[in-house]
Design a protein around this ligand. Structure first.
Ligand code: G3P
Length: 474
């Protein structure tokens, strides 16, 4: 029996027709797929209606359903991971990890929601000058309404549930616009929520190209909150959207500052993992290494030894480096590489590309005039800039229009704290590569890297409003 079929373009450029991919317990998903404006309207209308009842559903019951969805999601990790492998060329093991991590996120969110939303405040009036004790104020958190969730291609499941779960536990409904690449995995994930028994219409999935339905969705008068992760489209959304809460993460140029006293083996391991995992297609990837000149030769050699061991090939074989998501991404990466070549960067490996597959490349002696020094390749190419002082590294980091994460490697915690304070990024990691997780940690970007803060607790708070009731005594 064909439960669900679709054609999707894969990272290696070929078209994949998926049929009967899901387990037999999964029902057809056709009801979740909306493409025309009329269908989008319908999905939002249903979400609006369903939310009213959902907001009145006891918190413990909402949490119970989320726990159920988390368990179903984990049960179906294999077929969902298979979609991630086929659609976005995520290495097989990482694909499974993404689904399991998502299940854990949903469960944690259910627990945290019960705690955060289960308590309010009580204030009395006579603590403010001029008032008698005649007013009692009770606060609680109420949902916003319809939350529009727009995750990116690199985590179509995890970055979707990081928006869906806090929205639902808070009493909101969800309209999900999955990424074009990764939509099938996202549809399967949504279906796990449907199987858990969430009310009809509460969670809708609207597929389609951002260029076709993006504006219609983000400017829709019945959308009450947008949670977006992706590129600079987010800036356009924030300019066009109505007066509604926005949560956005729009990429980064995460710098890794390496001081002279750093443990260079630790640095090399983190730079290779941070820079090349999922072929560099992570907002939190190390995107520029700023290394003190005195240790640069030794460090570059250590990094190169590790780069040589990275496996390159298909995601099914769990290779470290797999094809990047689209041909245009590969072309963009190549442009940056060519520019670096023309301007005299040292190529530690030969530049090699086959279709969307780009071999890992470390570029040494990169200068500030090279595009790779500032732009985000979102691919397996990592520039090294040799610096004469810590201040020079901080200056380079802060001159970026991005400010997502950064990291500093040193054995001196006092120096690390000074660098952390000076770096204009939402997070600074000391002695580790940038990363979003664990998923309950706050996650935010400064400058063009975004607005608002994510992480489970912050997302729950962001997707609610404070409501007060005041008892006036005679
Ligand atoms: O949007 C953040 C994502 O690109 C990176 O997440 O978990 O790999 O640090 P993570």
């Amino acid at each position: 029996m064909v439960m669900f079929s679709t054609t999707t373009q894969m990272a290696n450029g070929t078209n994949l027709h998926l049929e009967n991919l899901f387990l037999s317990s999964i029902q057809p998903l056709t009801k979740s797929i909306s493409r025309s404006k009329e269908e989008v309207n319908k999905a939002i209308e249903s979400a609006k209606t369903a939310q009213k009842l959902w907001a009145k559903t006891p918190l413990w019951k909402r949490a119970e359903l989320l726990h159920k969805a988390a368990a179903i999601l984990k049960e179906h990790k294999a077929p969902i991971a298979e979609c991630l492998v086929k659609e976005i060329a995520k290495p097989a093991k990482d694909a499974v990890t993404e689904v399991v991590r998502s299940g854990d996120l949903v469960s944690y969110c259910a627990e945290e929601g019960v705690r955060v939303l289960g308590e309010g405040k009580f204030l009395v009036s006579d603590s403010f000058p001029g008032n008698e004790r005649t007013k009692y104020c009770l606060t609680s958190k109420i949902p916003l309404g319809v939350v529009l969730a727009i995750p990116p291609f690199n985590y179509p499941v995890n970055l979707a549930v990081s928006k869906i779960a806090p929205a639902l536990i808070s009493g909101n409904s969800i309209v999900l616009k999955p990424p074009t690449q990764g939509a099938v995995a996202a549809l399967h994930m949504v279906h796990c929520f449907h199987l858990a028994g969430f009310p009809k219409g509460l969670i809708s999935c609207v597929t389609g190209k951002g260029s076709e339905i993006g504006d219609f969705l983000t400017m829709h008068p019945d959308v009450n909150c947008i949670s977006f992760t992706g590129g600079d489209t987010g800036i356009a959304i924030s300019k066009k959207s109505a007066m509604i809460p926005l949560q956005m993460e729009l990429g980064g140029k995460d710098a890794c500052i390496v001081l002279e006293d750093a443990d260079l083996d630790l640095v090399a391991a983190n730079i290779v993992k941070g820079g090349f995992s999922y072929s560099g297609q992570r907002c939190t990837a190390v995107k520029v290494a700023l290394v003190m000149k005195s240790v640069a030769d030794t460090l570059v050699k250590k990094i190169n030894d590790k780069v040589a061991k990275l496996t390159v090939g298909p995601p099914e074989d769990d290779c470290d480096i797999t094809p990047v998501v689209t041909e245009s991404s590969a072309n963009f990466i190549e442009e940056l590489v060519k520019d670096a070549k023309e301007k005299g960067a040292t190529f530690c490996q030969e530049y090699k590309r086959k279709g969307n597959l780009i071999w890992p490349l470390l570029l040494d002696n990169v200068g500030a005039n090279m595009r790779i020094a500032r732009e985000e390749p979102f691919g397996p190419v990592l520039p090294v800039i040799r610096i004469n002082s810590v201040e020079e590294g901080i200056l380079h980091c802060n001159s970026s229009n991005f400010g997502l994460q950064g990291c500093v490697f040193t054995k001196d915690i006092n120096k690390a704290m000074l660098v952390s304070d000076a770096m204009e990024t939402g997070t600074v990691q000391i002695n580790s590569a940038p990363a979003r997780g664990p998923d309950h940690f706050p996650f935010q970007g400064l400058k063009d890297s975004g607005i608002g803060s994510q992480g489970i607790t912050n997302s729950i708070n962001m997707m609610t409003k404070v409501k007060t009731t005041i008892i006036n005594l005679p």
